[in-house]
Design a protein around this ligand. Structure first.
Ligand SMILES: Cc1cc2nc3c(=O)[nH]c(=O)nc-3n(C[C@H](O)[C@H](O)[C@H](O)COP(=O)(O)OP(=O)(O)OC[C@H]3O[C@@H](n4cnc5c(N)ncnc54)[C@H](O)[C@@H]3O)c2cc1C
Length: 468
C-alpha cells in the first residue's frame, strides 16, 4: 500500500495492546526517554509495547534513528543519580564495560574566556561513556522486563481516535512497507526532537499546542581521537563559549580509551564539516591547552556535524484540548541545546515524575495525562531556564523576548563563572547548578553575590574573526 492510499484503506489491526484487566501502554521511541518511561511503567505493573523505527542493535553501536549518538553525550551529575534510581546498577554496568567514573569537581576542567575554573573534589560521580554504550546498558535492562515487549522497524505515522481519546497508533512496517494499527489504552510519545506528535494531534482535531523556540544556531562538529601517551591532568575538558567568542569545545573519554571531541560554534563561528579545519578551529578557542592536547592526539574518524541545537518547549500542560490518554516525554516535549548536556538527565527526571504520578494515581483515571504533563512542566522549568538564559545572549537571539529573570541571571552567571576561577566554593556552586544537583538559588549566597557582582572582571577581549 502506498502512503497516499493509506488514508482510505482500512488498516489491519497489527497488535492489540488492550486487555479488560490491565491497561497497556504503547511507548513510541526506544531512546532514553522511551526506555526510562517503559521502565517506570513496568515497575507499576503496566504492560508496555515499545515501538521504534530502528532495528535495535545488540552491541553498543551507532544507529540511524539517533544521529546525535555519534556526538559526545555527557550525563550530568543529577542525571547519573536519577538513572541509577530508576535502573539500579546502571553506572556499575557501564563502568564494567569500560565507562569511566568521573568526579564532577576534580576530574572536570571547566574553562571559559575568564580562565580555568578551580578544581576540587566534589564527591558527585558521573559516568562517562559513548551514547551507544549508555543506551545499550539501559536497553538490555528494560527489554529484559517481562511486561515490556518491543516492536522494531516500525515507524509511527499518526494516531487514530478523537480529541477526547486515542484508540490506536498508526504504524508502517519498514521492512514489508505495510501499514497497520496498534490498539492501545495510552500512548507515550518519546520519538525525540523530530517528534510529529503535534501534527498527529492536529489531524484528529486538537488545537495547536503552545510552543516556544530559542535557537542560537549552534553547530556541533565531532571527531574521535586516540589520546596522547602523556595523559593530561584532567579527564574531561569543557571549554564554554561566550557571546564575545561564540565557540567552544569538549573532550571526554569513551569506553574503549578513545577521546570523543566536540567543537561547537554559533552563527559565523560554526565549525565546518571538514577534517582539515578541525584543529585550526580548536586553535581559535580561548584556552591554548585544548588545541595543544589535540595536536598531540591522533584523529581516528572523520568529522560529523549536527545542527540540532534548538531549544523547543511544547506546553502540553497548557494545551486547551488534548486526548486524555496521550503523553509526550523527553525531547518530544522539551528539546534543549545539547551544549549544556541536559537531555538524558531531563529524560530520567521526566520518567521519575511519571513514576511519582503513578504512585498516587491511576493511568485510566480521568485527567491522568494532564496531571503527568503538569509534573513534567515542573521538571523542564530549571533546565529550560538555564539553557535559554545562556542562549538568549547570542546574536541570533537578539530579537527574542526574555524575562527579567533571564536578563539578570545571564549577567550574574558570568560573574559566577569568573568567581569560579579564583574560588573553589564559587566553582562548586556553579558546577552543581549546571549539573542540576542544586537549584539556581544555590548561587545566591551572600558570599557569591559579593564575589560575582562586586568583583566581576570585564569581558576579556578576543578576536572574533571568521570561522576556521
Ligand atoms: C548533537 C547532540 C548532542 C547531544 N549531547 C547530549 C549530551 O551530551 N548529554 C545529554 O544528556 N543529551 C545530549 N543530547 C540530547 C539527547 O540525545 C536526548 O535528549 C536524549 O537522547 C533523550 O531523547 P529522547 O529519548 O527523547 O529521544 P531520542 O534519544 O532521540 O530517541 C528517539 C527514539 O525515537 C525513535 N523514533 C523517532 N521517530 C520515530 C517514529 N516516527 N516511529 C518510531 N520510532 C521513532 C528513534 O529511532 C529513537 O530511538 C544531544 C543531542 C544532540 C542532537
Amino acid at each position: 500500500m502506498t502512503e497516499a492510499g493509506r488514508k482510505d484503506a482500512p488498516m489491519p489491526l497489527l497488535l492489540s495492546t488492550r486487555s479488560a484487566a490491565l491497561p497497556h501502554v504503547t511507548v513510541l521511541g526506544a531512546g532514553f526517554a522511551g526506555l526510562l518511561a517503559a521502565q517506570v511503567l513496568a515497575d507499576r505493573g503496566v504492560r508496555v509495547l515499545l515501538v521504534d523505527r530502528d532495528r535495535l542493535p545488540h552491541d553498543a553501536v551507532q544507529r540511524k534513528g539517533v544521529p546525535q549518538g555519534a556526538h559526545l553525550h555527557g550525563l550530568l551529575g543529577r542525571g547519573t543519580q536519577a538513572v541509577e534510581l530508576l535502573v539500579p546498577g546502571f553506572a556499575a554496568e557501564v563502568c564494567r564495560r569500560g565507562g569511566r567514573r568521573i568526579d564532577l569537581g576534580g576530574d572536570l576542567l571547566l574553562a571559559s574566556i575568564f580562565g580555568e575554573g578551580v578544581r576540587f573534589h566534589a564527591g558527585i560521580p558521573l559516568v562517562g561513556a559513548s551514547r551507544p554504550l549508555l543506551e545499550t546498558v539501559l536497553r538490555e535492562r528494560v527489554l529484559a522486563r517481562p511486561t515490556v515487549r518491543h516492536l522494531t522497524r516500525h515507524q509511527a505515522l499518526g494516531l487514530t481516535g478523537t480529541v477526547e481519546q486515542v484508540t490506536a497508533v498508526q504504524v508502517r512496517d519498514l521492512d514489508s512497507n505495510t501499514y497497520s494499527e496498534i490498539a492501545t489504552d495510552m500512548v507515550v510519545d518519546a520519538t525525540g526532537r523530530g517528534s510529529r506528535l503535534t501534527t498527529w494531534l492536529a489531524t484528529i482535531g486538537c488545537p495547536p499546542v503552545p510552543r516556544v523556540e530559542v535557537d542560537a544556531r549552534f553547530r556541533y562538529a565531532t571527531r574521535r581521537f586516540r589520546p596522547p601517551l602523556a595523559a593530561p591532568p584532567w579527564t574531561v575538558f569543557y571549554l564554554l563559549a561566550s557571546p564575545t567568542l561564540p565557540r567552544g569545545g569538549m573532550i571526554a573519554p569513551t569506553e574503549n580509551g578513545d577521546w570523543i571531541v566536540t567543537l561547537y560554534g554559533a552563527g559565523s563561528h560554526c565549525p565546518k564539516p571538514s577534517d582539515d579545519t578541525f584543529l585550526a578551529f580548536a586553535q581559535s578557542l580561548p584556552n591554548p591547552q585544548f588545541a595543544d592536547v589535540l595536536s598531540a592526539a591522533e584523529p581516528i574518524t572523520a568529522v560529523v556535524c549536527s545542527n540540532s541545537t534548538i531549544n523547543r518547549r511544547l506546553y502540553f500542560e497548557h494545551a486547551s484540548k488534548l486526548p486524555a490518554n496521550v503523553i509526550a516525554i523527553g525531547d518530544s516535549a522539551c528539546t534543549l541545546n545539547p551544549i549544556y548536556g541536559q537531555g538524558i538527565t531531563v529524560a530520567a527526571l521526566s520518567a521519575r515524575a511519571l513514576s511519582k504520578q503513578l504512585a498516587t494515581d491511576t493511568l485510566t483515571r480521568q485527567g491522568f495525562a494532564y496531571r503527568v504533563h503538569r509534573r513534567l512542566g515542573a521538571v523542564y522549568r530549571t533546565p529550560w531556564l538555564m539553557a535559554t538564559t545562556a542562549d538568549l545572549r547570542y546574536q541570533n537571539c537578539a530579537e527574542l523576548p526574555r524575562s527579567s529573570l533571564q536578563s539578570l541571571l545571564a549577567d550574574y552567571l558570568d560573574g559566577v563563572l569568573a568567581a569560579g576561577t579564583r574560588d573553589a566554593r564559587a566553582q562548586d556552586a556553579l558546577i552543581q547548578v549546571l549539573h542540576l544537583t542544586k537549584p539556581p538559588r544555590a548561587l545566591l549566597s551572600p558570599r557569591l553575590l559579593t564575589q560575582s557582582l562586586l568583583h566581576r572582571p570585564p569581558w576579556p577581549e578576543f578576536r572574533t574573526a571568521s570561522t576556521s
